[in-house]
Design a protein around this ligand. Sequence first.
Ligand SMILES: [Zn+2]
Length: 72
Amino acid sequence: MRRLDRRKERGGVKKLLCKPCAVALEARGKTVKPAGGRCEKITCAECGRRRFGVLYDVTGWPTRRKKEGTDK
Ligand SMILES: [Zn+2]
């Protein structure tokens, strides 16, 4: 079960996302839950396109990036 305690809004971001991006983020290990519920035309924060989507609450973003292999 997920805890509902909100000590700080740690890493929780609200983002307008289209469905594919929300699914993709979730697949990458983020917790993505719809915060609005109404599907409307938005500009997706991930792909930057005008699409239908909702406001999502995204948590679990890597706040600090691990530097493993700094070479590009
Ligand atoms: Zn998108």
